[in-house]
Write a protein that binds this ligand. Structure first.
Ligand code: 0WD
Ligand code: CA
Length: 390
């Protein structure tokens, strides 16, 4: 019945297409005012088991340990249990948010946005993105916007069928995580003793890689006037888990830096590292530098909050305030755009590097592609839809 009150998808799409676009600010001027970003506070955590079952426990939590010198990141490649590429559905995050809300005793804070952290990272770093386009699906229900990344069938296939070389490189990241973590606190904090873990034969190996297994944290924060709930994967904690984000560690690998060009390239990458960690309140990024062959050379600790200062004035310089100001503008623009729609509407945001974003309202045919049949309303799982509309 509600849908009858509003224009059909096609009409609204035609009406909106021409004028609903947001262009980038100039990057050559410093921003005079950037919106405040509230320190993220953790609401709840959860784990995905090896069989990809979501559990409200910390069974997938890992503890940081120093990796051995010269570790071979190729180790265990043949035994990698690789999670199949899938569309970045928001279901797990909504389960956690729903569970957290049951403890609120009816008070319902006004949340402007609910999203996986990876999506917000893409939005905030967009002003400096020169290569990769992306698309989002957006729904707005009772003043809360839900974001999910939209992958075309072609893009999804591309991600599942990586070239062997790319697949190995992505494994290096997971392999590094294995060397840098343990399932128990303080089990082994260094590898100088030469002790080897398990039966696998590599010194300091923390166990074979299974990308189904993840530990996730859900936090609440605020950008400008918008309250945001963000969920994301956390690699490990330093020391013991204290129930907050204060000792979270993000693990990264990168090619060793051998010259000015490598350095500039790395500093560009730091923009993504920075916002990814900043958004969840992760204070430390531990980077393993490696040879092209996958052998670890050096490691370096970066304090997340200090990263912007490291790149200031350098060739690949970026300004986090440009990103925050852009992110605030982006959310305000979307809020104003989707306000005219109805609950079940699905909007498609398209980002084009160096240009900006555009928004269209999907028509019924396009929405059917986004939905998973009767189990969803738009892209939201039906159980969640019924819960918030009940
Ligand atoms: O749009 C997204 N961010 C997507 C999220 C797309 C597809 C799936 N997901 C899932 C994630 O698998 C996870 O369950 O959402 C949850 C949290 O995602 P996030 O923290 O928002 O993801 P992001 O910040 O993009 O990546 C964090 C880590 C990656 O670490 P690195 O250091 O490489 O940035 O999550 C892992 C990866 O370790 N990861 C994946 N692992 C396997 N397959 C994938 C994937 N498609 N995406 C992220
Ligand atoms: Ca990582």
């Amino acid at each position: 019945a509600e849908d009858d009150l509003l224009p059909t998808g096609k009409v609204a799409k035609a009406k909106i297409e021409g004028d609903c676009a947001l262009a980038f600010p100039s990057l050559s001027h410093p921003v005079s005012h950037s919106p405040a970003f509230q320190r993220p506070s953790q609401l709840i955590t959860f784990s995905y088991s090896p069989s990809r079952v979501l559990q409200f426990d910390d069974s997938a939590l890992r503890y940081f340990v120093n990796p051995p010198h010269g570790a071979d990141l190729n180790h265990g490649y043949k035994r990698w249990t690789r999670r199949p590429e899938e569309r970045g559905r928001i279901d797990g995050l909504l389960s956690a948010w729903s569970r957290f809300k049951t403890n609120l005793n009816g008070q319902n804070p006004e949340i402007g946005v609910i999203s996986w952290r990876g999506v917000i990272t893409k939005i905030l770093t967009a002003p400096y993105e020169e290569r990769d386009a992306w698309e989002l699906n957006v729904m707005c229900v009772d003043g809360t916007m839900y974001f999910e990344e939209h992958l075309s069938d072609a893009r999804l296939k591309e991600k599942s069928d990586l070239e062997p070389r790319q697949l190995l490189q992505s494994y290096y990241g997971y392999s590094f995580e294995s060397y840098c973590t343990s399932s128990t606190p303080n089990e082994r904090n260094q590898h100088a003793s030469g002790s080897s873990s398990g039966t696998s034969g590599a010194v300091g190996w923390g166990g074979d890689v299974d990308t189904n297994v993840q530990w996730c944290s859900v936090v609440k924060t605020k950008l400008g006037d918008t309250r945001i709930v963000i969920g994301g994967e956390v690699d490990c904690v330093r020391g013991r888990y204290t129930g907050n984000t204060d000792n979270f560690v993000e693990l990264k690998t990168s090619l060793s830096i051998r010259g000015a060009q490598d350095e500039a390239r790395f500093e560009k990458k730091l923009l993504k590292f920075y916002f990814q960690s900043f958004l969840l309140g992760v204070p430390e990024i531990f980077v393993g530098f490696r040879k092209p062959s996958g052998y670890l050379t050096t490691t370096q600790v970066f304090q997340t909050v200090q990263i912007p200062r490291l790149v200031r004035g350098k060739p690949g310089a970026w300004d986090p305030n440009v990103c925050l100001a852009w992110g605030d503008q982006f959310i305000t623009f979307l809020t104003n755009t989707v306000r005219g729609g109805s609950k079940g509407n699905v909007w498609r945001i398209k980002f084009t590097p160096k240009i900006g974003v555009s928004v269209i309202l999907l028509d019924d045919v396009d929405v059917r592609d986004v939905e998973g049949g009767e189990r969803r309303v738009g892209f939201l799982p039906r159980w969640y839809w019924e819960e918030i509309n009940g």
